[in-house]
Design a protein around this ligand. Structure first.
Ligand SMILES: NC(=O)c1ccc[n+]([C@@H]2O[C@H](COP(=O)([O-])OP(=O)(O)OC[C@H]3O[C@@H](n4cnc5c(N)ncnc54)[C@H](O)[C@@H]3O)[C@@H](O)[C@H]2O)c1
Length: 426
């Protein structure tokens, strides 16, 4: 629920801080500058081009989102080069787009990362912090956030995790309470991952954070409780972009028409650094869990066991360097209809991973800032629209149907628009 507090206006500069300045982050930053220069429209950004439900008014205007001109970008990475170097390495942008973004991207150099090889096995780099304990690493991150804001004259900040997928972690004792988590930080507990240390630091700095990767981070109970206590907005997890976006577009259609689904086999080839990271079984397991979770709530086996009670769902990702960021996904869907007669649907999606993810980073940054200015701390379920594994508060079962997620988003935007019109609090 929104608090009764009135909304703070989006005055002043907003720092957009990203752990992980790789393909997604640099494509996002380059795109924002291209939009500002008037070279392109903000394609795929609901925040900038969407309308309020049943109205001609732009969401951006109705809810008073931050202006693109007020965004200042920064972040952390294990590599030392500038964002221009990172964008060149990522090889997402055409040479001409990269060169037009050169000046802006070259100005951004990553702050030293909190990184542990144990959590991401297939990459390593020199730009990494060291400290005697994880508690001190968190303090360094808080100092980074505050320092960045002061150096760049920012009034507010927002975070979007764009770093690599960490290995699969099952929540344990150290994640269950704020006290246990803080003790774990002080004692360097091995089950506290770098992404959890970042999340803790963002919350302590009073800065909202979205998790674009599938690893356990914003969603451990201790950090959810801390975010609620400190009134900091959190959202996650795992950007819903390619194959899973297709799934959550199609499955609601099968469910609406009561078409049976016997199996859904999905496979991908991906050749970027994300693909290299996911080639490690620990990181792949994290991604697999996230991708597998989407069908169950849409194709409801409890209500329709005859249609969905025997569904086989498989997901594969193969690292295949020649394709770089241009992922190719294949889906084979075994459906059945009248008299149980089987049919098949094949999807072949030739997509561009970071091109699909970049507008999500922008929307999440703008909407999370709005949530924070509106006094809405804790888990932001209304942002489920953007995630493969939507984070919910407590026992609420996440909604995966993209259209249902859009309705939830619109409902909350209507509330926030009303709040934006209320007179400012003293
Ligand atoms: N592109 C998509 O469509 C999409 C969809 C869903 C999720 N994601 C997730 O988004 C994330 C970013 O994707 P990408 O394609 O930009 O990957 P990338 O490999 O190009 O960039 C990730 C960057 O994070 C850095 N990094 C790793 N651990 C770090 C740490 N602890 N602190 C700071 N930096 C760290 C890496 O050095 C790298 O530069 C990945 O986790 C990916 O799984 C992407």
């Amino acid at each position: 629920m929104l608090s009764q507090a009135t909304q703070r206006p989006a005055d002043g500069k907003l720092a957009v801080l990203m752990p992980g300045l790789g393909a997604v982050a640099t494509t996002f930053i380059a795109g924002v500058h291209a939009i500002q220069r008037g070279e392109t429209a903000p394609i795929g950004s609901l925040a900038l081009t969407g309308r309020m439900p049943g109205s001609e008014t732009l969401i951006h205007d109705a809810t008073s989102l931050a202006s693109l001109d007020d965004l200042v970008f920064g972040g952390w990475d294990i590599y030392e080069g500038s964002c221009y170097d990172a964008a060149k390495r990522a090889n997402v942008l055409r040479e001409s787009d990269l060169e037009r973004a050169r000046e802006e991207l070259s100005k951004i150099t990553p702050m030293a990362a909190v990184f542990e090889q144990e959590y991401v096995r297939n990459i390593s780099g020199p730009n990494v912090k060291s400290a005697p304990t994880k508690a001190e690493l968190a303090e360094q991150l808080v100092a980074d956030i505050r320092g960045f804001m002061a150096d760049n004259g920012c009034d507010r900040a927002v975070g979007v995790w764009c770093a690599s997928t960490e290995r699969f972690v099952v929540p344990s004792e150290v994640h269950l309470s704020i006290e246990a988590f803080e003790k774990g930080l002080r004692e360097d507990h091995p089950a506290i991952s770098p992404s959890m240390i970042y999340t803790y630091a963002f919350i302590k700095a009073g800065v909202p954070l979205a998790n674009g990767a599938p690893n356990l981070a914003c969603d451990v109970p201790a950090l959810v409780m801390l975010a609620k206590r400190e009134g900091v907005a959190l959202a996650g997890k795992d950007f819903k972009t390619g194959q899973t976006l297709m799934k959550t577009l199609l499955a609601p259609g099968f469910a609406a028409r009561l078409i049976g689904v016997r199996g859904w086999y999905s496979t991908n080839i991906l050749g970027n650094t994300d693909g290299a990271v996911l080639d490690d079984p620990g990181s792949f397991r994290t991604k697999e869990q996230s991708k597998l979770s989407v069908l169950e709530s849409i194709l409801d086996a409890e209500t329709h066991p005859e249609l969905y009670g025997n569904l086989d769902h498989k997901v594969r990702i193969d690292y295949y360097p020649p394709r770089g960021d241009n992922k190719e996904g294949w889906d084979n869907i075994d459906i059945f209809g009248w008299l149980g007669y089987p049919m098949q649907i094949k999807i072949n999606f030739l997509c561009r991973d970071s091109i699909l993810a970049a507008p999500l980073v922008l929307d999440l940054a703008l909407f999370l800032d709005l949530a924070q200015r509106s006094g809405s701390g804790g888990v932001q379920e209304w942002l489920s629209f953007y995630f493969k594994s939507p984070q919910t508060d407590g026992e609420v079962i996440p909604t995966h149907d993209l259209f249902a997620q859009l309705d939830i988003l619109h409902d909350r935007l209507e509330e926030l628009a009303v709040q934006a019109m209320a007179p400012a609090a003293e």
